[in-house]
Design a protein around this ligand. Structure first.
Ligand code: PGA
Length: 249
C-alpha cells in the first residue's frame, strides 16, 4: 500500500471577504506560519476571485498555497462572469475547487461539467479538488456510498491528465454544524480510496469537508484515508483555521 499523502488543510472562503478582511486574514495566517513550529500539513487558501491578487501578494513568499473556487471548462472566450483556469494560474493559484455542492445546486453543475472543469484545471497546471457528497435524503435512504461512487465515476478526469484531490462533503453537513459519525466518514473515505485505486489514482488526497472546526478536527483528521480537510466557516477565522491545521496528526 502506498504511504498516505501529507494532509492538506484548505480554506474555502466562499463569497466572503472584502479586500481589507481578506488581507487581514492572509496576513494573520502568514505570520503564524512563519512564527510557529512546522505544521504536519500543507495549507491552502481559496478566497473569492476578487481578492486572489491581494492574497497572493501576501502569501507568495510563504508555504501557503492559493486556489480558486471554480473555473470554466474553457480557457477563455465569451463567458460573461466566468473565470478560466489559466487566469487562476496567472493570479498565483496552484489549486482550484470544482464541483462544490453549492455550485452543483446553485448553478446546476453536472458530473460531466465538473469533469470538464477538472480537465481544464489540469491543462492549466492547477490541481483540481473534485467535490462529491450525498444529500440528507440520499443518506437516509442508505444511498450515500452509491451516490458518491457515481459522482466520482462521472466527475474525475482521466488519470493520465494529472494529479487531483477529492473532497468528500456531505451536503447536509456543510455549514450546519452537523457531521457524520466518525465511522460513517471512514466508510465513505474507504469507498473513495477503493474507487481511486481502481482508477489508477492510489496516492490521491481525500479531504473531508462539512462543519470541520477546532473541536472535531483532531478526531476526523486521524481517521484512516482522511488526508486533510476542506474548511468553510471556520476558515474565516485565523485562530480556528490555524487550530485545525495544528490538529493534523
Ligand atoms: P463548512 O463548509 O466548513 O462551513 O461546513 C465546508 C465547505 O463547503 O467546503
Amino acid at each position: 500500500m502506498a504511504a498516505p499523502p501529507r494532509p492538506l488543510i484548505a480554506g474555502n472562503w466562499k463569497m466572503n471577504g472584502l479586500r481589507a478582511d481578506a488581507v487581514a486574514l492572509a496576513v494573520s495566517l502568514k505570520e503564524r506560519v512563519l512564527a510557529g513550529r512546522a505544521l504536519s500539513c500543507d495549507l491552502l487558501l481559496c478566497p473569492p476571485a476578487t481578492v486572489l491578487h491581494d492574497v497572493w501578494g501576501i502569501i507568495r513568499r510563504s508555504p501557503i498555497a492559493l486556489g480558486g473556487q471554480d473555473c470554466h471548462p474553457e480557457d477563455s472566450g465569451a463567458h460573461t462572469g466566468d473565470i478560466g483556469a489559466p487566469m487562476l494560474r496567472d493570479c498565483g493559484c496552484s489549486f482550484v475547487i470544482v464541483g462544490h455542492s453549492e455550485r452543483r445546486t446553485d448553478h446546476g453543475e453536472t458530473d460531466a461539467l465538473v469533469r470538464a472543469k477538472a480537465a481544464a484545471a489540469l491543462k492549466a497546471g492547477l490541481t483540481p479538488i473534485v467535490c462529491v457528497g450525498e444529500t440528507l435524503a440520499e443518506r437516509d435512504q442508505g444511498r450515500a456510498l452509491a451516490v458518491v461512487g457515481r459522482q466520482l465515476e462521472g466527475s474525475l478526469p482521466e488519470p493520465s491528465a494529472g494529479g487531483i484531490a477529492v473532497a468528500y462533503e456531505p451536503v447536509w453537513a456543510i455549514g450546519t454544524g452537523r457531521t457524520p459519525s466518525n465511522s460513517d466518514i471512514a466508510a465513505v473515505h474507504a469507498h473513495i480510496r477503493a474507487a481511486l485505486e481502481a482508477a489508477a489514482r492510489p496516492t490521491t488526497r481525500i479531504l473531508y469537508g462539512g462543519s470541520v472546526k477546532p473541536g472535531n478536527a483532531g478526531e476526523i483528521l486521524a481517521l484512516p484515508n482522511v488526508n486533510g480537510a476542506l474548511v468553510g466557516g471556520a476558515s474565516l477565522k485565523a485562530h480556528d483555521f490555524w487550530a485545525i491545521a495544528e490538529s493534523c496528526p
